[in-house]
Design a protein around this ligand. Structure first.
Ligand code: IYR
Length: 227
């Protein structure tokens, strides 16, 4: 039963988290790890449609992420209109062409070789949905007051993590795409000045033939320091 009380005049609710016996906890933590390990970033998308309600649920999941002062400083723009997708592809490819042909230093290009990426971004037209995440640095209130948000980058990063997990959980795939610079997205989507593009995420099913690089994840010893 949820209990309620006021603390210093602010509403609080009681919260109890379901727990598990130790062996079940071990099993759950292991199987969740294996299941998340199976998520891959994908570039070969099919154009098979995805239901709008699934996208809504995925976005609602992302928005359960913790955020600075619970400001939820994000806007998820969802694009399925072929004309807008085409425009985004054109603008992204224009920037990416410059990046791959002069803007990115040799070391970066060499680091990307194993991924075999290039300036061509056909997935931006093929995937049924593009979610463009915008971070909201402040909220515009009445009389033009700019009300700051806090830890906006951290909050949006966590929300995108939740978004990717929700996409994986739904049986779909995604690509965390970072066309650079990506301010063209503000113009194409006509976003207000308090929002800045954060991440562009095509979502859909894998193409019938889908290849991903044979990557290895770092072992625990390389990523953890115990004290
Ligand atoms: N933004 C470019 C380049 C790129 C950069 C990184 I770091 C990657 O992990 C992958 C690609 C692109 O999207 O192709």
């Amino acid at each position: 039963m949820i209990k309620r009380k006021l603390i210093d005049g602010y509403p609080f609710v009681s919260y109890s988290k379901e727990t598990f016996p130790e062996n079940e906890m071990l099993q759950r933590s292991r199987s969740f790890c294996n299941w998340m390990d199976n998520r891959r970033t994908v570039r070969d998308f099919s154009d098979n449609p995805v239901s709008k309600e699934v996208i809504e649920n995925i976005i609602l999941t992302a928005s359960t992420a913790p955020s600075g002062a619970h400001k939820q400083p994000w806007t998820f723009c969802v694009v399925s209109d072929p004309a807008i997708k085409k425009q985004i592809r054109m603008e992204a490819e224009k920037e990416e062409y410059e990046s791959y042909n002069g803007r990115m230093p040799d070391e970066w290009l060499k680091d990307l070789k194993p991924l075999q990426t290039d300036w061509r971004k056909e997935f931006l037209e093929i995937a049924p949905f593009l979610i463009i995440v915008f971070k909201r640095s402040y909220e515009l209130e009445d009389a033009g007051h700019k009300h700051q948000n806090y830890y906006v980058t951290e909050s949006c990063g966590i929300a995108c993590g939740f978004l990717l997990a929700a996409i994986h959980h739904a049986g779909l795939v995604a690509l965390t795409h970072t066309p650079s610079p990506m301010n063209f997205l503000s113009k194409v989507l006509n976003r207000p000045e308090n929002e800045k593009p954060f991440l562009l995420i095509p979502i859909g099913y894998t193409a019938e033939e889908c290849w991903v690089p044979d990557l290895q994840r770092k072992p625990l010893e390389k990523i953890v320091a115990w004290y």
